[in-house]
Design a protein around this ligand. Structure first.
Ligand code: DQA
Length: 142
């Protein structure tokens, strides 16, 4: 099984950005040290990050025929992007929404997600482990 992990805006700054909320590890370090090892031999995990809405949409389109599922943390676009929601609807792939923080415990503007209704499900609030749980859920669905 091939899974694409997509991170949206400002998630390139994980480890530096608001560490009290998002932790002190970069995504690359987490990916190599913690995320890939337990799935070794079970699935391939590719990673893409962009701060640009259209590039995230292009990555989702590019996943058609190339991946079996997508784990997406669209960052703040979660709460604003009809276009990313439409792209998720357009691709015939299971997509799992993840968030590092529990967005429902934070500011009211983070309580709305345009993506949850078009994703298989959403995982939030488990720190970086949300990504592992997202991958597990895709594997369990196969
Ligand atoms: C986030 C939550 C979003 O509200 C925020 O804009 C992010 C990160 C999370 O992983 O907790 O950039 O998606």
């Amino acid at each position: 099984m091939k899974i694409l992990i997509v991170n949206g805006p400002n998630l390139n700054l994980l480890g530096v950005r608001e560490p009290s909320i998002y932790g002190d590890s970069s995504f690359e370090t987490y990916l190599e040290k913690s995320l890939r090892p337990p799935f070794d031999g079970k699935c391939t995990l590719d990673y893409y990050q962009s701060n640009v809405e259209g590039e995230i949409i292009n990555a989702l389109h590019g996943a058609i025929d190339a991946y079996d599922g997508v784990v997406i943390n669209a960052g703040a676009y979660t709460h604003t992007s009809v276009a990313i929601a439409d792209a998720i609807k357009a691709i015939a792939l299971p997509v799992v929404e993840v968030h590092i923080s529990n967005v429902c415990k934070r500011e009211p503007f983070r309580h709305t997600s345009f993506l949850t209704p078009v994703c298989v499900g959403a995982i939030m609030g488990f720190g970086m482990d949300s990504y592992r749980l997202g991958v597990e859920s895709l594997l369990a669905g196969k």
